[in-house]
Structures are given as structure tokens and as C-alpha cells.
Design a protein around this ligand. Structure first.
Ligand code: TUI
Length: 313
């Protein structure tokens, strides 16, 4: 239906890839997104290598469609995960929170499609020169670790600067977002926050409810002072981070407060003292749905919007 370079490159039906949400994106979510015609991803994040290997193998049992692994480059075992995806025959790797340049040749030699997430034009150009197959251009509307620029401003600038396909991310939660991203010149989209509330997403129910209840202004960015800004839904933990920022506290204080905060919310369901990473589009999301319903709804809406505009011009 959406005939584009990205769908043919990745051998998927819809040009949508799932965000590699740390502690959340496991085989259940990845396989459901892939079975629905998108590209599902397993989050490497800080997980033990053997857990990631098991998730890759489980995903292969749950789907015969392509899927990928996201490698978060701030994680201490990024080197091991970079090798693991080669050993396990993973077809696609996305990366976040850093420059994956040193791994690209190894991944390419194993036939892996490499899609770094970039927050700037400069890094997109560097990634293209290093052999990346596409880039995810992520605006600061996204949840989790973010850059400075918005999706609206960044996507067209990267589209003008590179020849590889651009995948827009950050603030995309429905068909209007899909259509807008395509208008900006993107070949596809990456979605995180809406998949948080997917039926197949195994995040704690309290986390899903927090996303569903949140309104437009309920996300905040913490950690700017440490150079690692992270967008989360506001709660008691976010307020404690904001107080540290006001006091100009040393980096160790942030580390102490942030330690284990993501699993506290994801696994234990403590959405007051845990870190509830989600994007600004959370305010638009109001129900749990299957991945299939989410993807089909988004693309049916986008197609109707685009057709409607074609009739008006
Ligand atoms: O990576 C993400 N989002 C994430 S990772 C994550 S896990 C985490 N937990 C606690 C603290 C920090 C992270 C949660 N959310 N998105 C992709 C992304 N990558 N956004 C921004 C960037 C990025 C930033 C700088 C990519 C490259 C980069 O390069 C800097 C350089 O070295 O040139």
C-alpha cells in the first residue's frame, strides 16, 4: 500500500518502525509489530547479552517477518551487543544515544541494515558517509533520551542533507503525524509512545494507565544539566530531578536518583518514584489497542488525509 524505498529496503508492508524502548521492547512487542506489517525492535539497552539473545530467538519463533535490535550506545555492554546481533543473524540494527560509527563496517559485513537515530544534520551526514542505510531523525517531542531540535524543524533539514531514506520520529502518534512526516520528506516513521499502550506491550499496567491519563503538558525534560536530557511523564521523581537542577547539584546526585528508576516504573509499576519515559504525544493517546489496529488505523487515516489534500489542489 505505502510503496516506498524504506518498505522495500526492509521488506515490510508499512514504513513504520517501533522505537527501541529500553526495558520495554521485548519479543512480545517486536513480534506483534512485525506481524502487523511494521518493523518490530528488541531493546538491547542495559540488558544482559543472554537476555537479548533469548529475546531474538523468541521473536524468531513468534514471527517469520523481519525485525531488528536497538543498541543504546550509552550502555556498558554495547560492544557485546554489537557482536551478538552479528552472531544471531539479526537483519536490522538501530542505535541510540551516540555515534555507532565504529560498529558499522562489522554490521555491514554481516549483511545487517544499519539505521542510527540522529538528533542533528551533522550526525546524519556522518552516518551516511559511514555507510548507514537510513537514519531515524528524532525530534525532542520523543520520550526518553532526546536531542535539542523538534521533529518539524529537523526532519526537512536532514532530508535536504542526505540521500539515504529518512525516518521521522518524535511526536508521531496518529495518521495526521504520519501524513505530516511524509510531507516533510520522510520515507517512514518511528513510533514509541503509542506502542507503549499496545496490548502486546508487556510494560506494567500502571505505566500504560499513566500514559493514557496524561495530557499535553504532562511530560517534562529532566537531566539537561548533566548532558543527558530525558523526557518523562511528570511525577514525584521528575520533581526531585528538577529540584536537583535548581540546586546545581553534582552529577553523582542525578546518578543516584536515576539508578534503577526505569525498571521501577516498567516492571514494578511504581509510576510516582520510577521513570515513566514517554513522548509529548502521550496526551493524544487514550486507549490500549493491538499493534495491528494501531498500525492499520494510522496508515488508513494518513491515506485519507493525503487523498483529501490531493482533491483540494
Ligand atoms: O536513545 C534514545 N532514547 C532513549 S535511550 C534510553 S535508555 C536511557 N536511560 C537512562 C538515561 C539515558 C538513556 C531511553 N531513551 N533515542 C535516540 C536518540 N539518540 N535520541 C538522541 C540521540 C542521540 C544523541 C546524541 C544520538 C546520537 C548522539 O550523538 C552524540 C555524538 O556522539 O555525536
Amino acid at each position: 500500500m505505502f510503496d516506498c524505498k524504506l518498505s522495500s529496503m526492509l521488506n515490510i508492508e508499512y514504513p513504520i518502525i517501533q522505537g527501541g524502548m529500553a526495558w520495554i521492547a521485548d519479543s512480545s512487542l517486536a513480534a506483534a509489530v512485525s506481524n502487523a506489517g511494521g518493523l518490530g525492535l528488541i531493546a538491547g539497552a542495559n540488558a544482559p547479552v543472554e537476555w537479548v539473545r533469548e529475546q531474538i530467538r523468541k521473536t524468531k519463533e513468534l514471527t517469520d517477518k523481519p525485525f531488528g535490535v536497538n543498541i543504546m550506545l550509552l550502555s556498558s555492554n554495547a560492544d557485546e551487543l554489537a557482536k551478538l546481533v552479528c552472531e544471531e543473524g539479526v537483519k536490522v540494527v538501530t542505535t541510540g544515544a551516540g555515534n555507532p560509527g565504529k560498529y558499522i563496517d562489522m554490521w555491514k559485513s554481516h549483511g545487517i541494515k544499519v539505521i542510527p537515530v540522529v538528533p542533528s544534520v551533522a550526525l546524519a551526514i556522518r552516518m551516511e558517509r559511514c555507510g548507514a542505510d537510513a537514519v531515524v531523525v528524532e525530534g525532542c517531542e520523543a520520550g526518553g533520551h532526546i536531542g535539542e531540535l523538534t521533529t518539524m524543524a529537523l526532519v526537512p533539514q536532514v532530508v535536504d542533507a542526505v540521500n539515504i531514506p529518512v525516518i521521522a520520529a518524535g511526536g508521531i502518534g496518529d495518521g495526521r503525524g504520519v501524513a505530516a512526516a511524509l510531507m516533510l520528506g520522510a520515507e517512514g516513521i518511528q513510533v514509541g509512545t503509542r506502542f507503549l499502550v499496545a496490548k502486546e506491550c508487556t510494560v506494567h499496567q500502571n505505566y500504560k494507565d499513566k500514559v493514557i491519563k496524561s495530557k499535553d503538558i504532562d511530560s517534562v525534560v529532566t537531566g539537561r544539566a548533566t548532558g543527558h536530557p530525558v523526557r518523562v511523564i511528570r511525577n514525584k521523581l521528575a520533581r526531585q530531578f528538577q529540584l536537583l537542577e535548581k540546586e546545581n547539584a553534582p552529577a553523582e546526585k542525578y546518578e543516584e536518583l536515576g539508578k534503577g528508576a526505569l525498571p521501577k516504573a516498567v516492571v514494578n509499576g511504581d509510576v510516582e518514584y520510577g521513570s515513566v519515559m514517554a513522548g509529548q504525544i502521550a496526551g493524544l493517546i487514550n486507549k490500549e489497542q493491538s499493534c495491528k489496529d494501531i498500525i492499520e488505523e494510522m496508515f488508513t487515516e494518513a491515506q485519507a488525509i493525503i487523498k483529501n489534500f490531493q482533491n483540494r489542489i
